[in-house]
Design a protein around this ligand. Structure first.
Ligand code: PLP
Length: 431
């Protein structure tokens, strides 16, 4: 192959990927799509520049304009999360978690966590960032019925083992965590409560989920590309009560955890796009988050009525953007493949009791991207019917895929972002 053919090959795959997603139903709970104005920042000259440190305190020249952008991003983040401290430098949610572990823990110390099988994320697991930092991890008990941390058991554990950090990180996150109770127990034993909001950051920013910093969390991390529909990246926020030497030292440690801890230059074009995403979320976040949750609840109800086993039935299935389905022992992979063949993109997921993450028994579904495409409750019921045809009636996936493509024709525009005065382009027609 000549270099030209190689390049064409790659461009063709990107184009096909765009086509695939614009004809499908994207339902991976951690995914979303970028607004045109955020996208514009990603191809700006900020890409590839270096800016270590903080605005005004750089190791490189040429940062005048970027300094203004980073200052603005921090200002907007503080406004969005009603707090006094924001760090927009982490390049991912995982990087934000690593920075916190680096800042607040030493190898060999203990943190309390949720188990992976109960929906925790790998960054707080022994094979992920917590393991890299050499943290000793002890798990909270979990209530399958409530799909939540067993609050009494967790308080007992925190009081008994006196961890350095009590962590709340959940990739399966159907219902708010008992943060007030956990924070009180953590503070009683001199521990910090860390809330990893990777998935639910946009719901919190849109005021439709719990408010961790008000409920007692000392620090909150998150991904900026999930329910908060910005560029791939992470962030850290905190809101200490006072301005004591202890508070200042805590924030200094957090900052030092990010740089030089786990970043060098930190993807400046993404920081600029984060700033725009925060501005968009301040304007549209409340309506967007409300509709995401309404759609998730309505979709869960429709699936339940069509014969699926949906977790959290007693509590209304979900109070977030996610739905968790039990699909049969070890059958998650097969189900997610069948759905992909039918033009529906999801992921297999462990459910309580699963031991083998490679052969899990569930599917995790999310509504953030469908909502951004303008879908509402009525569409959720139609989509549940596609699921029934694919997974219960075992109908021909090709026929369903054709129907999904037809259904998607009416949903090709993006909502909950600035469009006025911007000529824009079809977001999936980038190249
Ligand atoms: C709870 C939780 N924390 C952290 C992350 C990692 O986020 P990122 O992909 O931004 O590194 C995820 C990813 O889904 C997550 O679910």
């Amino acid at each position: 192959m000549s270099w030209y053919n190689e390049v064409e090959y790659i461009r063709k795959q990107a184009k096909k990927n765009n086509e695939f997603f614009s004809n499908s139903l994207p339902m991976i709970a951690s995914e979303n799509v970028l607004s045109p104005l955020c996208r514009e920042m990603l191809i700006s000259d900020f890409h590839g520049r270096y800016a270590e440190g903080t605005p005004g305190h750089r190791y490189y020249e040429g940062c005048t304009f970027f300094d203004r952008v980073e200052e603005k991003a921090m200002e907007l983040a503080k406004k969005l999360f009603k707090c006094s401290y924001a760090d927009v430098r982490p390049t991912a949610g995982t990087t934000a978690n690593m920075a916190i572990l680096k800042a607040l823990m030493k190898p060999g110390e203990t943190a309390t966590v949720l188990d992976l099988a109960n929906g925790a994320h790998i960054s707080f697991g022994k094979w992920g960032a917590a393991g890299v930092r050499g943290i000793n991890l002890l798990s909270y008990p979990f209530s399958d019925e409530e799909m939540n941390i067993d609050v009494d058991g967790a308080i007992k554990l925190i009081k008994k083992v006196k961890p350095k950090l009590a962590l709340n990180g959940r990739s399966v996150f159907l219902f708010p965590s008992p943060i007030k109770e956990l924070a009180e127990a953590a503070h009683d034993v001199g521990a910090y409560l860390v809330y990893d909001a990777a998935h639910v950051l946009g719901l919190i920013g849109g005021k439709q989920f719990q408010d961790p910093l008000r409920d007692g969390a000392d620090v909150m991390s998150g991904s900026t590309h999930k329910t908060l529909p910005g560029p791939q990246g992470g962030m850290i926020v905190s809101d200490p009560d006072g301005d004591t030497d202890e508070d200042k030292s805590f924030l200094r440690k957090l900052g030092f955890g990010v740089f030089p801890g786990v970043t060098s230059s930190y993807h400046l074009h993404h920081v600029a796009a984060k700033a725009i995403a925060f501005a968009e979320h301040l304007e549209f976040g409340e309506a967007y988050a409300k509709q995401i949750i309404k759609n998730a609840q309505s979709f869960a109800q429709s699936l339940h009525e069509k014969g699926f086993k949906v977790f959290g039935e007693k509590l209304g299935f979900t109070k977030s953007h996610q739905i968790l389905l039990s699909i049969g022992p070890g059958k998650g992979r097969e189900a997610s493949k069948k759905l992909e063949d039918a033009g529906i993109v999801t992921n297999m997921n462990t459910i309580p009791g699963d031991k083998d993450p490679l052969n899990p028994s569930g599917l995790r579904l999310g509504t953030p991207e469908l909502t951004r495409l303008g879908m509402k409750e009525k569409e959720m019921d139609e989509i549940a019917e596609f699921y029934k045809r694919a997974l219960i009636d075992n109908k021909d996936p090709k026929r369903i895929k054709a129907d999904v493509k037809e259904f998607r024709k009416d949903f090709q525009e993006l909502y909950y972002c600035f469009k006025e005065g911007f000529r824009g382009y079809d977001y999936h027609e980038l190249i």
